[in-house]
Design a protein around this ligand. Structure first.
Ligand code: 5GP
Length: 194
């Protein structure tokens, strides 16, 4: 497929569950409010504190599948027993307006975006070690053992795909990682230096 003619820059952030992508991205967005973060759709149940339409759009599986059939996702994938997808319309609209757009998605989705948006910048976030990742996932205390096992299995696969990415960021120290992330996605330090 031809490279996208859309003027905004698309960045894809991938990394194992529990690596701290969400926190990093939230910090980046605080510092750069113009950065638009896509809100994904999912069939998994909301976790405590998650708000429909803000953290995810929570859909039933039939509704998700209907939207897949209608071509309404830029990419979608199954992850740990649930479906996740990026709604196409809002991403295209923000890119067309020249806004930087961020997708925080797992490996299969990142691979699909690589086909449709070859010019997208693809970043893998890694934990300092696998043991530390496991500790973080378990420490979150939100998932049952079976879900934890599935997430750890996927984590191994995602980390092995490192060579596919344009850049790799190790999330050992949050402050240092935010600064590095800012540099990698081409935003630089915010004027306020906050
Ligand atoms: P969680 O259930 O922990 O919120 O997310 C599980 C995984 O799904 C994470 O790796 C997250 O990056 C990924 N994910 C979230 N939204 C999307 C999406 O729209 N598409 C894809 N392919 N993965 C997603």
């Amino acid at each position: 497929m031809a490279p996208s003619p859309l003027p905004g820059r698309l960045t894809v952030i991938t990394g194992p569950s529990g690596v701290g992508k969400g926190t990093l991205v939230a910090r980046l967005q605080q510092r750069h409010p113009a950065l638009w973060l896509s809100v994904s759709a999912t069939t998994r149940a909301p976790r405590a504190g998650e708000i429909d339409g803000q953290h995810y759009v929570f859909l039933s599986r039939p509704e998700f599948e209907r939207r897949v059939a209608e071509g309404r996702f830029l990419e979608w994938a199954a992850f740990a027993g649930h479906l996740y997808g990026t709604p196409r319309g809002p991403v295209e609209a923000h890119l067309a307006q020249g806004q930087p757009v961020l997708l925080e998605i797992e490996l299969e989705g990142a691979r699909q975006v690589r086909q449709t948006f070859p010019s997208a910048f693809q970043l893998l976030i890694k934990p300092p070690s696998f043991a530390e990742l496991e500790r973080r996932i378990r420490g979150r205390g939100t998932d049952a053992e079976e879900a934890i096992r599935r997430r750890l299995d996927r984590a191994r696969v995602e980390l092995e795909a490192e060579a596919e990415f344009d850049a790799v960021l190790v999330n050992a120290d949050l402050e240092a990682a935010v600064v590095e992330l800012e540099r990698l996605v081409g935003l630089g330090p915010s004027p306020a230096g906050s």
